[in-house]
Design a binder for this molecule. Structure first.
Ligand code: BGC
Length: 353
């Protein structure tokens, strides 16, 4: 799927004016591909080597991301044989070794989803030293690290969405229900449990903070019953939510999960505890995985937030091309999340499926 196609689609989804126009979309896609290829006329991308490091292949969201990234790089003119995508198996030492191999192989550009964003400075130093342009994705290095790229005018950038926005959208999905609907135990507060992703990841930190902030900003009083680390993982979250539900019982009114994989795990435990989403408990995630969108449509999830892997992977590939053509990039390339309720879940599902 091409960038312009996706952004047009998203604009329609966000505006709630989605109309099915498949032939027009296909035409747009071809047009956008031609434009992208034209932008790179002076450089033959087909012989450029791209190294891609993913923190962990088994992550559902990063699987969507890397699949789309590879497809789009090929559409832009890279040869599939010259794109190497490796699995960091959630181990920084493994990933650092993979980066060393890519440097030894003299790849032309690197796209890196770091295992630990705190290792970014070390990664940047060796990649810059090797003269290879670098595009970080999904796990944002800290502000000091990003400032170094700017100060030294290095060919290093980050592509991602602002996780504060996704947290805010999660909070709003709950706040919009109104206190009367949420406050089953009648204590005048929103009693919630929070299941966090990897705490080193700024996405987890911001989603946690801003989902609660959005409730408070809406004038609601909040009561945190439990806050646990589920490391983005469904099975871990299932266990954690089962524990919280058995400890706090019917007092749990809302379950916030930093991503959909964990929300799917939470839902298994909510159902096993005999609770019903939409009736006596509410559940939100982030990513818009197709399974979660099916749940939103069925009412078994209150809502989710679309983490646009199309836009992020395309922007990362486009940034890589701009380094190869010598055009260069800003040191931060952002994108928007989309709030998903029953009203637009089908449109988003049609797009991600
Ligand atoms: C996604 C998670 C994913 C994580 C990986 C987040 O943006 O929402 O599902 O596990 O990125 O870093």
């Amino acid at each position: 799927m091409k960038k312009r196609f996706v952004s047009m689609f998203l604009a329609a989804v966000m505006a709630g004016t989605m109309v099915a126009a498949v032939p027009v979309m296909a035409e747009e896609a071809t047009e956008a591909a031609t434009e992208a290829a034209a932008a790179a006329t002076d450089v033959d991308l087909s012989d450029k080597k791209v190294g891609v490091c993913i923190y962990q292949f088994s992550d559902n969201f990063m699987t969507l991301f890397r699949t789309e990234l590879e497809n789009y790089l090929v559409e832009l003119g890279f040869s599939k044989d010259n794109i190497t995508i490796v699995d960091g198996v959630n181990d920084q030492a493994t990933q650092s070794g993979q980066i060393d191999s890519f440097i030894a192989d003299k790849v032309d550009v690197l796209i890196i989803n770091p295992v630990n964003s705190s290792s970014a400075a070390t990664i940047t130093d060796k990649v810059v030293e090797a003269g290879i342009p670098l595009v970080y994705i999904n796990r944002e290095p800290d502000a000091d690290e990003e400032a170094r790229w700017e100060e030294n005018n290095w060919n290093v950038t980050y592509v991602g969405c602002d996780a504060r926005q996704s947290g805010t959208f999660q909070g709003e999905l709950i706040a919009d229900l109104g206190l009367d609907a949420i406050d089953k135990n009648g204590n005048g507060k929103v009693d919630y449990i929070m299941i966090e992703g990897d705490p080193e990841n700024v996405d987890a930190q911001y989603r946690t903070e801003f989902s609660v902030k959005a409730l408070e900003d809406a004038g609601l009083e909040v009561n945190e019953l439990d806050d646990q680390v589920g490391n983005w993982d469904q099975a871990t979250a299932q266990q954690l939510v089962a524990n919280s539900l058995s400890q706090y019982g019917n007092d749990v009114e809302v379950v916030f999960c930093n991503n959909d994989a964990m929300a799917l795990g939470a839902l298994q435990s909510i159902e096993a505890a005999g609770r019903t989403v939409g009736e006596d408990i509410y559940l939100v995630g982030v990513d818009a995985l197709s399974e979660a969108l099916e749940d939103v449509l069925a009412g078994t999830m209150t809502g989710t937030v679309f983490n646009d892997h199309f836009s992020q992977s395309h922007s990362a590939a486009d940034a890589a091309v701009r380094y190869l053509t010598g055009e260069g990039n800003e040191h931060y390339i952002g994108c928007d999340y989309v709030k998903v309720t029953k009203d637009n879940a089908q449109d988003v599902l049609d797009m991600v499926k």
